[in-house]
Design a protein around this ligand. Structure first.
Ligand code: FEO
Length: 397
């Protein structure tokens, strides 16, 4: 992918990974990009690098703009390996005067690469470094989403290099938001937020407040994944505000796994009750849906209904996977309930309820358990469960 000029003498020089399909448990059906940015000024500065296997692409792209040996500064906004995996080779080729990082970034770089002779220079939160006619202000964004994370703000260009924040896992030949399909872009941004940042929502709220307080004029947000926001950067800030306040709508998810279709039949009955109550319903059979797609839909769903058959006194393993994943991402302000069929012990509902409580989801019903195959009465109880959840949603839960 050739370099792209964002602003005069500011280039995207990253790499597009069309083939990655799993990003530590997050399904990346449409690949991703690793964005790096090069600013030509008195001190030529490279912001971030790329995943290890893409090192030659990064170097090739830099060479198409300038001799890599002319780079003076490298900024490490985030140490995770998709942005620093090729750092040893890049620093070897570039031999920069300084490598800027946060204090936590320095610790993380040393623990990743064990190299004591890199010219690391720790920058403080809010510190500004002049690179010529432009200046870079560093903003610590600790735990968004790693301890080392920071933003770099190129003041004269009103350009924010936002590291992972505002990113999307989406491989495209286009580099800007106004060149791609808007709803698809928003869907990728939502999936990214739901699966990477949701648990840090209180910190996102603080960060947005700080950005407002600083009054930084921003006319472009350049994240480390996906396309660059230039059409209306305020719009993605507004989406992050809503997502981090965990605003939900009149929507319920019915998430289930089943052995011999009894729990699937119950799931359809629960969905019938929800539909009768007038709320939007989405059904997810975990045998054919990926946990990260469920999580994306959970981003704005007020109710989460989980169904599992009982296997060996436990819930089914795909349900345990789903609940463990969701628990880590900390959805808040949700209601929930459990259902499922069993042969002789019927423990799945109890185990799911325990997980819902651990997730701070309000359990609105003790759960519906049916032995073997649901009869009319069993299905009526499932419809009632759906109606109850639907009414609670309509009442504002
Ligand atoms: Fe894209 Fe947290 O690395």
């Amino acid at each position: 992918m050739p370099p792209t000029e964002l602003k005069k003498d500011v280039y995207w020089v990253g790499a597009v990974d069309w083939n990655i399909r799993d990003f530590h448990g997050y399904s990346t059906y449409k690949g991703t990009t690793y964005n790096a940015y090069l600013v030509l000024d008195e001190k030529v500065t490279l912001f971030d690098t790329v995943k290890g296997p893409f090192r030659s692409e990064l170097l090739h792209n830099i060479r198409r703009v300038i001799d890599p040996a002319r780079i003076d500064y490298v900024v490490v906004n985030h140490v995770e390996m998709d942005h620093s995996g090729c750092l040893p080779e890049i620093l070897e080729a570039v031999r920069p005067e300084k490598v800027f990082c946060s204090a936590k970034g320095q610790e993380a770089l040393l623990r990743h690469f064990h190299s004591k002779d890199w010219p690391l220079q720790v920058v403080a939160d809010g510190e500004t470094v002049r690179i010529g006619r432009r200046s870079v202000q560093f903003l610590e964004t600790r735990m968004l989403h790693w301890p080392d994370s920071m933003f770099s703000y190129l003041a004269e260009e009103r350009l924010l290099f936002s590291s992972d924040a505002f990113g999307q896992h989406w491989a495209t030949s286009e580099r800007f938001d106004d060149q791609v399909d808007g709803p698809e872009l928003l869907a990728h941004a939502a999936k990214y937020y739901a699966n990477i940042l949701l648990l840090y929502s209180p910190l996102v709220q603080k960060l947005l407040g700080r950005v407002r307080e600083l009054g930084l004029p921003i006319d472009m947000i350049a994240p480390d994944h996906g396309v660059i926001w230039r059409r209306n950067p305020a719009a993605i800030l507004e989406r992050y505000d809503a997502w981090s306040r965990q605003v939900t709508k009149e929507k319920a998810l019915v998430i289930y796994d089943t052995m011999w279709k009894s729990t699937a039949t119950m799931a359809r009955a629960v969905a019938d009750g929800l539909i009768q109550a007038g709320v939007q319903v989405k059904m997810f059979d975990l045998q054919v849906n990926h946990r990260s797609d469920v999580m994306t839909e959970a981003l704005d769903a007020r109710a989460l209904l989980f169904g599992s058959s009982t296997l060996n006194n436990q819930m089914l393993p795909r349900m345990a996977d789903m609940l463990t994943y969701m628990k880590g991402l900390k959805p808040r302000n949700r209601i929930g309930a459990a259902f499922g069929s069993y042969g002789w012990s019927g423990d799945a509902v109890r185990h799911i309820n325990r997980e819902l409580e651990a997730m701070k989801i309000e359990v609105i019903h003790p759960g519906v358990s049916v032995q073997y195959v649901p009869d009319h009465e069993g299905l009526r109880q499932c419809v009632e469960l759906g109606l109850l959840a639907g009414r609670r949603i309509r009442e504002g839960a």
